[in-house]
Design a protein around this ligand. Structure first.
Ligand code: SF4
Length: 368
């Protein structure tokens, strides 16, 4: 593991984060400094198309403007403080320190044709899922839109510039192709900032990633699922189900006591009706807890009528946790039962267990 310690100065912490501003606001900043509006477009392009890490890199902007901007604004809202690469060199996890000292994680996974980035939406999480490392510290705060976008820009910069992280030997495709909001936090609990970030990431004039290449994962905040169905952007929805009935699900995912399984599945049905997109149900298999053939049949019977896909996830074990991953044989059997109900089912590739790639695990390992 490599460690980089770069604490932002007090002056740096006080500067306004440019990544929190939309194009109209950036234009106001630039014209307010006496510059023509086209300079704002240039600045925007440096941020979102050329992934500039600081004002110095923006050499098409007049030096005087760059210096004025640097007095009050910043591009740096997060700093990498630890990173670790899997033995197969196909997974890179980075722990970032935010300007107020909070820490978050993001993971880059390299597949044959995809470069998938898992990002965080909150520092910590309030949802309290019993099998999750992030849950153990509770919620510190919501991330700003800029802090969410900055995680993507960091890895875009990394993929575009091999010289940035010379100590790793990961094969280097040159762009982020997919984003999943499955890192620390519950994205629906930070709805406005998450959607502000998603609009920036999908805006063709900003980062410009296809909405269909982004998936938002929720434990099931039902009113927000309905709200997402109205957004009119084709972001994928994944629901972390983990159990087919209320008794078991409430013991794993406490929010189930507020929005039970039937209510959640109804919301998923409304979502598919409204968007014509299928919902992915995430199901983390835990040995002896939620992986029996009976539960697979119960799940199959409950969701067979839905336009859906099931993604079975080998659990990343958390130290000192009673939850252990299901064996490969039992995982395959669970998947077969779901397929017998006509449900499209995949088993997620096991990635990065040795580098604590489950959300919250690197932060926890470093704190130990
Ligand atoms: S699994 Fe996700 S929603 Fe549940 S506590 Fe962990 S970060 Fe929060």
């Amino acid at each position: 593991m490599s460690m980089i310690h770069l604490l932002p100065s007090e002056a740096e912490r006080r500067r306004t984060a440019l990544l929190d501003l939309d194009l109209a606001e950036v234009t106001e900043v630039v014209t307010g400094l006496g510059q023509p509006a086209f300079r704002a477009r240039q600045l925007w392009e440096w941020l979102y198309r050329r992934y500039a890490a600081d004002f110095d890199a923006m050499h098409t902007l007049p030096k005087a403007l760059r210096e004025r901007l640097a007095e009050e604004y910043t591009v740096q809202v997060l700093t990498p403080v630890a990173q670790v690469v899997s033995a197969a060199r196909d997974t890179l996890k980075v722990l970032f320190r935010l300007r107020d000292g909070q820490t978050i994680e993001a993971v880059l996974m390299l597949y044959d044709k995809r470069r998938t980035l898992c990002i965080s939406s909150q520092a910590g999480c309030a949802m309290g899922c019993t099998f999750c490392a992030t849950a153990q510290g509770g919620l510190a705060r919501n991330l700003t839109a800029g802090e969410i976008v900055a995680q993507v820009l960091f890895f875009a910069r990394y993929l575009a510039d091999p010289a940035l992280e010379p100590q790793t030997e990961v094969a280097r495709p040159t762009t982020v192709t997919n984003i999943v909001l499955m890192g620390m936090g519950e994205p629906m609990h930070n709805y406005n900032n998450v959607w502000k970030a998603l609009r920036r990431l999908t805006d063709p004039e900003a980062f410009g990633l296809g909405a269909r290449n982004i998936t938002l994962s929720t434990v099931g905040l039902v009113p927000m699922i309905d709200r997402m169905a109205e957004e009119g952007i084709q972001i994928g929805l994944a629901v972390s189900l983990h159990a087919p009935n209320d008794a078991l699900r409430s013991s794993l995912v406490p929010i189930n006591k507020r929005y039970d399984v039937a209510t959640l599945l109804d919301a998923a049905a409304r979502y598919t009706q409204k968007t014509k997109r299928r919902v992915t149900f995430e199901y983390a298999l835990m040995a002896g807890i939620n992986d029996s053939p009976e539960l697979a049949h119960e799940l199959g019977a409950k969701i067979r009528h839905l336009l859906c896909h099931v993604n079975l996830i080998p659990l990343n074990p958390v130290p000192d946790s009673p939850y252990q991953p299901t064996s490969d044989a039992d995982t395959a059997a669970f998947a077969e039962i779901l397929r017998s109900y006509g449900i499209s089912t995949t088993v997620r590739l096991r990635r990065g267990i040795e580098i604590n790639a489950g959300c919250g695990q690197l932060k926890r390992a470093l704190a130990a």
